[in-house]
Design a protein around this ligand. Structure first.
Ligand SMILES: *Cc1c(COP(=O)(O)O)cnc(C)c1O
Length: 446
């Protein structure tokens, strides 16, 4: 179930690491003597987690890190570098700059300002914080389907926030956005490339067209979907959105979502390095584009794990961020799995397939006469599949959205519980037959 090769892979590199300090007086670090008892006890406690690594875990956005990421993180933990400052993490600061430059290059940016942080929430907070400063505190807009963090972060930053409607596929509606732009002073539009609930990709080209007339900043939240720009099998609208990503003012991508990293790895990127002045006023502009960039002075967080940078750097060395490479092939398989599940749902008589997945998340509802019955059946299917070892997720959707696909549904509820599956692992493709067998077996048994 778990890869054990990483356990052995560390011995040689650990000796190499120690050789780097061979000139110091001999010193024997405390050896891990009494590890067995607490570790065995921990292993037993850890059994009480979903088996995320298994293809039958097809629920939330949870994806095990690549073996290289786990091993590189562990190796770096023998040093435990702190990327707040060069004193705390000289080597890993350099690795972070290299890894982040590769992420920026993937988005079409050479010059940029960016760094890693604890996750998408902090990354988005920095982007909105800079956006607020650049626009004199003008309002933030995101779609109803954007991550809830944007409205909450706007409140933290004391910036006005508006939500605009999304269309029947969960994408920001440019017509609704333009109406808002006509009546309110908007500083920044958040464009989500891959929503958390359904993987919908907002129409970035349409938003950029509105930017021409109304003049606002564009922040792309691609925490989930960002890596999908490497995949060439997306639909036309998603392809066009990702192709325009380099026009954004700031971008967030979470390596700990689809980048095969352990948690604690988000990334924020700015197109204009001069925004670094908001972090450190007294520094001259040139400081931020020089090779001596000091990560602690362009980040809101102070202490950060250098091990996260080490893991990302090593992963990108093994699995480069290239279209057509092994890493992007894995993403393409996830998307193929999602399309395959969508088509099975479409072909089955007792399920309502909603919009075609744009990335690798599928959203659907069991066929029923009323909204209440859909919610009840979704819950029973979720529980029944879990008992059979197949882990799906539940999603609450506006009843109006479901009625777009099934107008005859009765009931006055405003929300309805549906089913959702994030098919994030490449293995999901070859396991799809068994996943479907399990799901349809549970459904027939209800
Ligand atoms: C996951 C996610 C976030 C929040 O990121 P965390 O890493 O969980 O803090 C923000 N936006 C989108 C689109 C996401 O999918």
């Amino acid at each position: 179930m778990y890869d054990e090769a990483t356990l052995d892979a560390l011995r040689g590199p650990l000796a190499t690491l120690a050789e780097g300090h061979a000139d110091l007086p001999a010193f024997q670090a405390r050896q891990g003597v009494d590890l067995a008892e607490p570790l065995q006890a921990l292993a037993e406690r850890l059994q009480d987690n979903y088996p995320y690594a298994h293809p039958f875990y097809a629920g939330q956005m949870l994806k095990p890190p690549a073996p290289i990421a786990r091993a590189a993180y562990s190796l770096a933990m023998y040093v435990n570098p702190n990327n707040h400052a060069l004193d705390g993490g000289r080597a890993t600061s350099a690795l972070e700059k290299e890894a982040v430059a590769e992420l920026a290059a993937m988005c079409g940016w050479g010059q940029h300002l960016g760094h890693l942080c604890s996750g998408g929430t902090v990354a988005n907070m920095e982007a909105l914080w800079v956006a607020g400063r650049e626009t004199g505190g003008a309002a933030i807009v995101a779609s109803e389907q954007a991550h809830y963090t944007h409205s909450r972060l706007s409140a933290v930053l004391q910036l006005p926030f508006f939500a605009v409607a999304s269309d029947r596929c969960g994408r920001l509606d440019p017509v609704a956005l333009e109406q808002l732009l006509q009546s309110e002073k908007i500083g920044t539009v958040v464009v989500t490339l891959g929503t958390t609930s359904s993987g919908a990709v907002d129409p970035l080209p349409a938003v950029l067209a509105l930017q021409q007339s109304y003049g606002f900043r564009v922040h792309v939240d691609a925490a989930y979907g960002g890596y999908y720009q490497l995949v060439d099998t997306l639909g036309a609208s998603a392809t066009a959105a990702f192709a325009a990503i380099d026009q954004a003012d700031s971008i967030v991508i979470d390596p700990h979502k689809h980048g095969l990293q352990p948690y604690g790895c988000g990334c924020v990127l700015f197109r204009d390095p001069a925004v670094g002045r908001h972090y450190r006023h007294e520094s001259p502009y040139t400081y931020f584009t020089s090779d001596e960039l000091h990560l602690g002075e362009i980040s809101l967080e102070c202490s950060r794990p250098g091990a996260a940078a080490a893991a990302l750097w090593a992963t990108q060395r093994q699995l480069p961020l290239q279209p057509g490479g092994e890493f992007s092939a894995g993403l393409a398989k996830s998307r193929a799995a999602a399309l395959a599940l969508y088509h099975r749902l479409q072909d089955s008589a007792n399920n309502i397939a909603l919009f075609e997945p744009e990335l690798d998340i599928v959203v659907w509802a069991p066929e029923a006469a009323s909204l209440a019955e859909v919610s009840r059946l979704s819950q029973r299917l979720f529980d029944g599949c879990a008992r059979a070892g197949l882990h799906l997720a539940l999603l609450s959707l506006p009843a109006e959205l479901l009625r777009e696909y099934s107008p005859e549904l009765t009931g006055s509820e405003s929300e309805v519980t549906c089913l959702r599956s994030c098919l994030m692992k490449p293995e999901h493709l070859e396991w799809l037959d068994r996943i479907w067998q399990c799901y349809s077996g549970v459904q027939q048994g209800l």
